[in-house]
Design a protein around this ligand. Structure first.
Ligand SMILES: [Zn+2]
Length: 322
């Protein structure tokens, strides 16, 4: 290991972390560290969606840990003291990029001596969306809203794994192909579900601007109360616009999000007469691991990307249909 400033700082933080958090985190840390004895590659990700993608491609050959659990907002996430041990011990790190991890991204980019890869790095301008906010010159980071775009994030992960562990190239390649097929089937299923909603009722109003990729994928008009980042304040002018839109199109249901405070969406419901969906949408975080749900005999796990997407599609379809 090269002794860089980053390494020195993370090593110092590691010592502090072990001293301070011995009781609460030591088991969790040990579980992940043990992966070394199983010859697994230790992978750290920012969001759980990225972890799910990497796990599907790496299979048994990797041990994956996400820094951000359910209900964590990645836009405002700040690296905690306890994260240093994971950042230091990981063999490689994957993150979303496109400024999703607003406060963390520049520190990730400074890490040296291991692959640190943004999974959105190969998306083209045609695949990416620009936010509606004219003052924002970044691309919209919420690419997982469309399984087709999400499947295009497989390639950077696959390339990184093959380059690190070329012996198992065929395994990674087979896993990646199988997962791409699963995502393509998910898109077909979701399209059929959304097609049952009358076109004129396809308005999706949520807490923040996280669903434009989903809207483009399934032909749904999308509005968020807050902007692309949950840190932007909702403006009064925008609220008046949304109240008018709901009344004009008789939009039945508006949707809270799992990682955003529901206050603004409840306020909009009161002013417009729309109902707030009882089920929240997963926008920037998935559900708890192994939170199994059932819909018409199909079971799915809200703690996986696939289950998260299914939950959102079912919730939107039920909320907007007659
Ligand atoms: Zn967001």
């Amino acid at each position: 290991m090269k002794l860089t400033t980053t390494n020195f700082i993370t090593t110092a933080l590691l010592v502090l972390t072990i001293v301070n958090c011995k009781k609460t985190t030591v088991n969790q840390v040990d579980n992940w560290l043990q992966s070394e004895t199983n010859n697994q590659i230790k992978i750290l990700t920012t969001t759980a969606m990225v972890a799910d993608l990497v796990q599907n491609i790496g299979g048994d050959l990797v041990a994956v840990k996400a820094l951000m659990g359910s209900e964590i907002d990645p836009h405002s996430y700040q690296t905690k003291l306890g994260d240093a041990v994971y950042l230091q011990q990981a063999d490689m790190i994957f993150y979303n990029g496109l400024h999703l991890e607003g406060k963390m991204e520049s520190s990730l980019e400074q890490i040296q001596g291991k692959p640190v890869v943004a999974i959105t790095s190969q998306l083209t301008e045609q695949e990416l969306l620009k936010p509606q906010d004219e003052y924002n010159d970044h691309y919209d980071p919420h690419v997982w809203g469309d399984p087709t775009v999400w499947a295009r994030c497989i390639e950077p992960v696959l390339e990184t794994l093959i380059s690190y562990d070329p012996q198992n190239k065929t395994v990674y390649q087979a896993n990646a192909n199988a997962y791409a097929k699963e995502l393509s089937e998910l898109k077909l299923w979701a399209t059929k579900m959304i097609d049952t909603i009358p076109t004129q009722a396809r308005y999706l109003i949520t807490s923040h601007d996280a669903f434009f990729y989903l809207g483009r994928a399934y032909n749904i008009k999308v509005e968020g109360i807050q902007g692309i980042s949950t840190m932007a304040e909702a403006s009064l002018k925008h609220q008046v616009y949304l109240v008018n839109l709901i009344k004009k199109h008789q939009i039945k249901t508006i949707f809270p999000e799992s990682s955003v405070n529901p206050k603004a969406i409840r306020n909009l419901a009161e002013k417009s007469g729309a109902q707030v969906s009882l089920e929240t949408l997963f926008s920037d975080a998935m559900g708890e691991p192994a939170d199994i749900a059932n819909f018409n005999g199909i079971t799915y796990d809200k703690g996986t990307y696939k289950g998260m997407h299914m939950h959102n599609i079912i919730t939107i379809t039920q909320g907007l249909s007659d």
